[in-house]
Design a protein around this ligand. Structure first.
Ligand code: ADP
Ligand code: MG
Length: 339
């Protein structure tokens, strides 16, 4: 059965859920939204493409979930409340089973965060999914990457590296582990890659506590470098303080585990800095997701002379300590246009 653009929208994407602030949703030339009085609109967009962000053959439901999760993560990093999304779908063919799976994964996560799909575009082309997310934050209440100051402590939520380890498990040509515990560990890691949990409640809670925040999508070291560059400072990261992952340790050697944690991408955890006098506020949050102090913000190492925006300057902003020794920075995170 061949599905036209209109059928696809009507069957899989229109009429799902409702929000009172959606004055006009799918079906007209554009959507009309009511932004709560006194709030600021926060907008982000992320694309996921087969073979770039997930291996070809990834289940449609996982792609649907992921296309929204990466966007929610961006709003989480701003401390915003997600409300609305648009969806640009480029597909080589309109397959009913794929669309059903995709919409199922997308709306599963959308419903959990009460996000309404308010429009989009549907075209034939290579498999590429773009979601634009919009939400709101209190006036002057958003977080940025640029507020870190020397002396602030560096925190990360969750267990960085597990998503990259999960991707390695998925892509490994070797047979999987045979023991029950090994299989459980492999499945845990696969899920961390396929179904990242955007830290929206944590992002909201960090307003007024964190001095700077961002989400970790390209790898801990690279992203901490970006936060430092935006803040005009440096950081020391203590690898011994990184959260332990029993699942990673059971399937990979120590060097690989450290590599995943420092350079693996796709975690969608929050990386943030907290001034020392506000650390007790963080502890008092009782956040559902554990947050671990992994380092400290510094003045920065010769960052000035190299130009804050200069190529390669980001890597040099972060010094990694392992058992008190400086770790050579041979590993960097993901850059689509990097060599
Ligand atoms: P136009 O040609 O005026 O852009 P379309 O026929 O592309 O309108 O879209 C009709 C309606 O369906 C619009 O409201 C649009 O936002 C919505 N829409 C199109 N594709 C999608 C999609 N993938 N998901 C959600 N809404 C969509
Ligand atoms: Mg259109």
């Amino acid at each position: 059965m061949s599905l036209g653009e209109f059928d696809i929208i009507a069957r899989y994407f229109a009429g799902h859920g409702s929000r009172r602030d959606v004055l006009l949703g799918i079906g007209d030339d554009a959507a009309v939204l009511e932004v709560p009085a006194g709030r600021r609109l926060v907008v982000a967009m992320d694309t996921v493409a087969a073979g770039v962000h997930y291996p070809a053959g990834t289940a449609a439901a996982d792609i649907g979930y992921r296309s929204l999760a990466v966007n929610l993560s961006d709003l989480a990093a701003m401390g915003a409340v997600p409300s609305w999304m648009t969806l640009s779908l480029s597909l080589p063919a309109a397959r009913a089973d794929w669309l059903e799976g995709f919409a199922g994964g997308l709306f599963q996560l959308a419903d959990r965060h009460a996000v309404a799909l308010i429009g989009g575009d549907t075209i034939r082309g290579p498999e590429v999914v773009t979601v634009q997310i919009a939400g709101w934050v209190e006036a002057d209440g958003w977080m940025t990457r640029s507020g870190a100051r020397p002396g602030d402590l560096v925190y990360v939520s969750g267990v960085p590296g597990e998503a990259a380890a999960g991707l390695a498990v998925i892509q490994s040509p070797l047979p999987g582990p045979t023991s029950k515990s090994g299989q459980a560990a492999a499945e845990h890691l696969r899920q961390r890659f396929l179904r990242p949990e955007p830290r929206v409640p944590l992002g909201r809670a960090l307003r007024g506590i964190a001095s700077a925040a961002m989400d970790v999508s390209d790898g801990l070291l690279t992203d901490l470098g970006k936060l430092c560059a935006a803040s005009g400072c440096g950081a020391t990261l203590d690898t011994d303080a990184l959260p332990e992952s029993a699942a990673m340790r059971s399937l990979f050697d120590a060097a690989a585990v450290l590599d995943f944690a420092l350079a693996g991408g796709d975690d969608y955890e929050l990386l943030f800095t907290v001034p020392a006098e506000r650390v007790s506020l963080l502890a008092a949050l009782g956040s559902e997701v554990p947050c671990t102090c992994i380092g400290v913000v510094t003045e920065g190492q010769g960052a000035e002379g190299q130009g804050a925006e200069g190529q390669g300057a980001e890597g040099q902003r972060v010094i990694c300590l392992c058992a008190g020794q400086v770790l050579p920075l041979r590993r960097q995170g993901h850059d689509h246009f990097g060599s």
